[in-house]
Every structure is written in structure tokens, then in C-alpha cells.
Ligand binder design. Structure first.
Ligand SMILES: Cc1ncc(C[n+]2csc(CCOP(=O)(O)OP(=O)(O)O)c2C)c(N)n1
Ligand SMILES: [Mg+2]
Length: 695
């Protein structure tokens, strides 16, 4: 029988739904086989779910995948990416570029699917936000997607609370996240689920692919807990669909979700990995390797599919998606646009805010009233200055919000102005988020808020950035303008000891491509750091702030703090501007370097102090500027930073001195620690002189 006749027969024998589902399955099998790598089994099992969700339930307009009121779909088990590529292809979702321009071309072509996992294909190994239109968040590190979806759900509630008006439900979308056993085992999912339950996020639906298989085999070797009971305990509504092929049951469960108020929904979907594969179904080998040519033939036979056809999209399948999600999405989008046009007339300011937010722009006057701190030898802590700035920014920028992982009073991140409010189930429009002691979920949630176009920050002690790091990394990978406010950035909390004293954290965050780290030296550098960060549209930023007061430098004597915008700048110099030694410092060590500098100058040594709040920003300046700050012929350089010396060689060179940390800290009052670890002016002076003598 020829391929076309068999497809004809198949089309007649089964309905369009089954044909569409089997198209998803076979595209996935073929793509993984062609790539000789990938994960066929889960797309095969979840094809009916993806089909039902997209073609029967979700409000998504393939013509405009960034329409603000679209339902969100998160594939948290990102290894099953072929599920998403198949769907984006079959729905003929259109591409959007980084400037939010809608392009005419498809997001994922059949050619991309044929080149699954190959360089530059729009069907990469895992879903990548910003690379493929229609991907709502990057997934692959298990647990991240579901945790991020909680941020998306908080964002939807927040947007609805701020912008909806009677008769104007501008934001009423839902968030769907699909996850597997891996996501359910990861701690971040538990943190996020706990908070989602607490907040009663009834716009959030997780669908758990309960196939009892992970890479090492049956989950009875690792994972025997009662997942459903756990979610009941979190306060979720838990539903069960015992057969992943029963699309009517799936559709029914999804309709129950949409009717459920006051709590999120968790659907346990019992499935068979590699469904239909005679020899591989229900085995771990269906998870992460090609089925093999022969097994593919056998499986296609089971599906009633032409055995030799590859990458086949039978007649009628595209049309079936056009008639389903295409028509529903277009109509919902049209109605929304009409509604929004009326809204724009009735509420022009609110509509303008929504427009600005979508383009990641800032409202006029966003930086008015930012504080300017007078010179003060006692000064104030970085965290204190930050708190003042945050309170101004939050009032100037309506969609700026954030919070801490239970350290608000210590991080000074609490927004205390009248009416700031807290996000709770009954007050979803507050500006203060309380993440609880859940740093990892916090960072993923901040990503979710940012993906929803809110401007969000999360805070904790710098030491606990480790607990948030996987999500911070994804922030950078996704190019999101998220903000992480980390206080207690060195040994300032002295007596708490080495468990609380970051050493390697700056170096490790500086190593994340695209992430901007800033360690401001005084209150005015804190202000300028925020001024810089707020204007970022596609980069995340980490602020490392001091716990203890830092002197507010006299800017009539030293260079202005606006130098922060260039990453590093000459703060203090010798009278002729021709230094023989350069002290390079960040954060709390800048005022220490200034003290050492004054001593050196008094002794006739031509010293210069460079404040370097941000390596990344400095490295992006012109070579001429970098050379003007660090003249190449001056190689007597001392780095002073209460953190790992790792990487500092790039600024001080081989001959330079590293007054940095080489060990963990210790538990003692700060003054003693400074002495012990070499952070006193005398020690910096000595290092500088040693270099000059050597010369
Ligand atoms: C944080 C993290 N750890 C490990 C992996 C590697 N990994 C990818 S898939 C997988 C097994 C996942 O099992 P499950 O979620 O049940 O997926 P299924 O095989 O059922 O599709 C693992 C360990 C990962 N992607 N992310
Ligand atoms: Mg599994």
C-alpha cells in the first residue's frame, strides 16, 4: 500500500484528533531518530495531552504568540521538547523577534524539526525562551519550569488586580505547566508549590506526567511517596486522569481546573512513556534515546501510520489546528483587542502603562526623587541606601515589585510607603512579595514575573545566592531584566561566621555570561547602580550590598558616583594624574583603599584609586576608556576585595597583588576579621609599597 493511500485509510478510520496526535508522535520519533539524540518517549505519551490542551482549551493566537492575554504553556519536563516543537509547528505559530516585532515567518518549520538539535535550528534540544517564539520560559533543568509558572501565576493575578476594571477583564489568562517525575522530585518544585497553595493561585494548573519512569529505570527505586497527597497538603485541588490517551477525560479535568476557585489545580496523568512502541513502551530506554529505525517502523504500524514515511504531516492536520486553536485564539484575540481599544479610551493612563510594560520601557519620571547622599564619614549601609532607593522606585514605577526570602527587615527590601501592600491571596496586587524561606523558588518566581513583563526583584543574604543560582543562571540565559538584591555581601556580619560569609560568590556570579554584578562602594554608588540596572531591558543584575555602614564619600573631593555606569572609574588620583600604583577595589573595600591612598599620597607616592563596582560593565567599555582607568604601563596594581581572588589577575596582571580572600572567613567581630584577613589600610599600603620596591 502506498503512503498516500494508507494515510487516506488512516484519515478515514480515525478522526482528525487521532491523526493530529499521531502526527505529534511520529514527528517526535522521526526528529529524535534523525538527530541520533533526544527524548522520544514522553512526547509520544503526552501527545494527547498537548493536543487537547492546545487545540481544545488554550486561548493562544498562533498569529501573535506574545499577545498579552494569551494562556501560558510551560513544558517543565523540557527534555520532551519535541512535543512543543511539534505543536508550535502544527499550529503554525508565527515568529516574533527580540524587539517584539511580529514576523511573518513560522516559529518552527518542518525544516527546523528535521534539523532537531542542530546548530541554529529553531527546534533545539530544550525549549529556549527568546530563541523560539512560543516558548514561554526556558526549561531543561528539572523543576525550573513549574517554579517559574508560579511567578507567571502571581503576575497574572497582580496584573488583573491593577489593570482590570468592571467590564474590562484585560488580564484573565491561565497558566498551564506540564511536568514529570523529575520535576516532582526537585526541591524547587516543592518550594514553589507550597507558595502557590498558600496564595491560592487558581489560575495555575500543573499536569503531572505520572509515568513512573526516569533515566535509571522504574521510580520504585527512588520515588515512592504519594505525590497527590502531598499536593493536597499544599492546598491544591488534585485531579486524576487514569489514561493519558483519554482526551475527553483530559478535557474534562482541564474544565474542572477552570471552574475551581481559590486554589491551584494538580492533575495526575497516568501515562506510558514511549506509548505504542512494542518493545520500548514503559521502559527507561524510551526516555532519552532514539527508538531505532526498526522500532519506529513497528510503532508506526501500531499507529496505523505509513511505516516508511518520515516527518509526515498528513493532509488535514494543519487545517484541524487552524480550526481549533487557530480559530479560538484569533477570536479571543480580536475580542480582547476591541476591549482594549475601549479601555484605552476610558483608562488612557493604565493602557499606556500596559504598553510600556510590554516593551520593557520605563514610565516618564521613573528616576525622580532618587536620593542623593551627603558626604558622611560614618555613612550608611549599602542595604539601607538600597531600601531608600527601592521605596522611591516602587512608587515611580507602578509595575515594579519584589520581596525577600524572609529577610526583608534585614535586606531592607520591604516597601514601607503608605499603600505599598503585600501580595497575599486576598490582596494579589500588593507590591511586597513574601517568598518565605524559599530562595530557589524565589528566583524562579522572579523569572516568571519578569517573563510576564513585571519588573521584579528578589532578595536574600548574598551567601544564599547559592540556593537561587540555577534560576539566576536561567535569568541570564533568557536575557531577563530581573534584579537580585543580596545583602551581607562579605564579612560584615562578622560574628555569624564562615557559614554566613560569602567568599566565592562574587567570582561565581561574575562567571555567569550576561549577568551584571554590582558591588557599590557607598550610598551614592548604590543609587547609581539602581539607575543603571533599571535601564537594562535584557540583562539580569545582582546587587551585592553591605550589611555595615560604609562612609559616604565626599564627591566634591572624589569623582562622582555616576562613574558606576562605566563599571569602573578613577575615584581618587595623584595630582598629576600619572599614577605609579593603582589600588583597585569594590564595595566596602573602596573606602579602605581611599584611606590607604591618602597615606601613600602623603608619603609622596603617586597613587590612584579605581572603584570597580562592576566587572561586566567595565569590560564592555571601549579599550581607550579601560586604558584611561588602568593605564597599561602601570603594572603596580593592588586588588582589594573581601572575596575570592579568583579572576582578579585580569585587572592586576602577574606582577600585581591580591588583597582578597583565599580561605573561608571566621566567626569574630568585623574589626578583628579585617585585621586577620588583611583588610586594614596599613596592609594595603604595605602591599602597594612592596610592589614599588620590587620595581
Ligand atoms: C536539575 C536536573 N537534573 C537532572 C537532569 C537530567 N535529566 C533529564 S531528564 C531526567 C529524568 C527525568 O525523569 P522524568 O521527569 O520522569 O521524565 P520522563 O523520562 O518521564 O519523561 C534527568 C535526570 C535535568 N535535566 N535537570
Ligand atoms: Mg517519568
Amino acid at each position: 500500500m502506498s503512503a498516500t493511500t494508507l494515510v487516506q485509510a488512516t484519515a478515514n478510520a480515525t478522526n482528525a484528533a487521532q491523526l493530529s496526535i499521531n502526527t505529534i508522535r511520529t514527528l517526535s520519533m522521526d526528529a529524535v531518530q534523525q538527530a541520533k539524540s533526544g527524548h522520544p518517549g514522553t512526547p509520544m505519551a503526552l501527545a494527547p495531552l498537548a493536543y487537547t490542551l492546545w487545540n481544545r482549551v488554550m486561548r493562544f493566537d498562533p498569529q501573535d504568540p506574545i499577545w498579552p492575554n494569551r494562556d501560558r504553556f510551560v513544558l517543565s519536563n523540557g527534555h520532551a521538547s519535541m512535543l512543543l516543537w511539534s505543536i508550535l509547528h502544527l499550529t503554525q505559530t508565527k515568529a516574533v523577534n527580540a524587539d517584539y516585532e511580529r514576523l511573518g515567518q513560522p516559529a518552527v518549520t518542518l525544516g527546523d524539526i528535521r534539523r532537531f538539535r542542530q546548530l541554529d535550528s529553531k527546534a533545539p534540544g530544550h525549549p529556549e525562551y527568546r530563541w523560539v517564539s512560543g516558548v514561554e520560559t526556558t526549561t531543561g533543568p528539572l523543576g525550573q519550569g513549574v517554579a517559574t509558572s508560579v511567578g507567571m501565576a502571581i503576575a497574572q493575578k497582580w496584573l488583573a488586580s491593577h489593570y482590570n476594571r468592571p467590564g474590562f477583564d484585560i488580564f484573565d489568562y491561565n497558566i498551564y505547566a506540564v511536568c514529570g517525575d523529575g520535576c516532582m522530585m526537585e526541591g524547587v518544585a516543592s518550594e514553589a508549590a507550597s507558595l502557590a497553595g498558600h496564595l491560592g493561585l487558581d489560575n495555575l494548573c500543573w499536569i503531572y506526567d505520572n509515568n513512573r519512569i526516569t533515566i535509571e529505570g522504574d521510580t520504585n527505586i527512588t520515588f515512592t511517596e504519594d505525590v497527590a497527597a502531598r499536593f493536597l497538603a499544599y492546598g491544591w485541588n488534585v485531579l486524576s486522569v487514569g489514561d493519558a490517551n483519554d482526551i475527553d477525560r483530559i478535557e474534562h479535568a482541564l474544565s474542572v481546573f477552570r471552574k475551581t476557585k481559590g486554589r491551584p489545580t494538580f492533575i495526575v496523568l497516568d501515562s506510558h512513556i514511549g506509548y505504542g512502541s512494542p518493545n520500548k513502551q514503559d521502559t527507561a530506554s524510551a526516555h532519552g534515546e532514539p527508538l531505532g529505525e526498526e522500532e519506529i517502523r513497528l510503532t508506526k504500524r501500531r499507529y496505523g501510520w505509513p511505516e516508511e514515511a518520515k516527518f509526515l504531516v498528513p493532509d488535514g492536520v494543519y487545517e484541524h489546528f487552524v480550526a481549533g486553536v487557530g480559530a479560538r485564539g484569533a477570536q479571543a484575540h480580536r475580542q480582547w483587542t476591541a476591549l482594549f481599544n475601549q479601555y484605552r479610551v476610558s483608562f488612557p493612563e493604565l493602557a499606556n502603562e500596559i504598553d510600556l510594560m510590554q516593551r520593557r520601557e520605563l514610565p516618564a519620571g521613573w528616576d525622580t526623587n532618587l536620593p542623593v547622599f551627603p558626604a558622611d564619614s560614618t555613612g550608611l549601609a549599602g542595604r539601607e541606601a538600597s531600601g531608600k532607593v527601592l521605596n522611591v522606585l516602587a512608587q515611580n514605577i507602578p509595575w515594579f515589585l519584589g520581596g525577600s526570602a524572609d529577610l526583608g527587615p534585614s535586606n531592607k527590601t520591604t516597601l514601607t510607603y503608605e499603600g505599598a501592600g503585600s501580595v497575599q491571596a486576598e490582596s494579589p496586587g500588593g507590591k511586597n512579595l513574601h517568598f518565605g524561606i524559599r530562595e530557589h523558588a524565589m528566583a524562579a518566581i522572579v523569572n516568571g514575573l519578569s517573563l510576564s513583563k513585571l519588573r521584579a526583584f528578589g532578595a536574600t543574604f548574598f551567601i544564599f545566592s547559592d540556593y537561587a543560582r540555577p534560576a539566576i543562571r536561567l535569568s541570564a540565559l533568557m536575557e531577563l531584566p530581573t534584579i537580585f538584591v543580596f545583602t551581607h555581601e562579605a564579612m560584615g556580619d562578622g560574628e555569624d561566621g564562615p557559614t554566613h560569609q560569602p567568599v566565592e560568590h562574587l567570582a561565581s556570579l561574575r562567571a555567569i555570561p550576561g549577568l551584571i554584578t554590582l558591588r557599590p562602594a557607598d550610598a551614592n554608588e548604590v543609587v547609581e547602580s539602581y539607575r543603571y540596572i533599571m535601564q537594562l531591558r535584557h540583562e539580569p543584575a545582582v546587587l551585592a550590598l553591605s550589611r555595615q555602614p560604609l562612609p559616604t564619600l565626599d564627591r566634591t573631593k572624589y569623582a562622582p558616583a555616576s562613574g558606576v555606569a562605566r563599571g569602573a572609574y578613577v575615584l581618587a588620583d595623584c595630582p598629576e594624574g600619572n599614577p605609579e600604583v593603582i589600588l583597585i577595589a569594590s564595595g566596602s573595600e573602596v573606602s579602605l583603599a581611599v584611606k590607604a591612598h591618602e597615606t601613600l599620597i602623603a608619603e609622596g607616592i603617586r597613587s590612584r584609586v579605581v572603584s570597580i563596582p562592576s566587572w561586566e560593565i567595565f569590560d564592555h567599555q571601549t579599550q581607550a576608556y579601560q586604558d584611561s582607568v588602568l593605564p597599561p604601563d602601570v603594572n603596580a596594581r593592588v586588588a582589594v576585595e573581601q572575596a575570592s581572588s579568583f579572576g582578579w589577575e585580569r585587572y592586576v596582571g602577574k606582577p600585581g597583588r591580591l588583597n582578597c580572600m583565599k580561605t573561608f572567613g571566621a566567626s569574630a567581630p568585623l574589626k578583628e576579621l579585617q585585621k586577620r584577613f588583611g583588610f586594614e589600610p596599613g596592609q594595603v599600603v604595605a602591599a602597594a609599597k612592596a610592589l614599588l620596591v620590587r620595581k
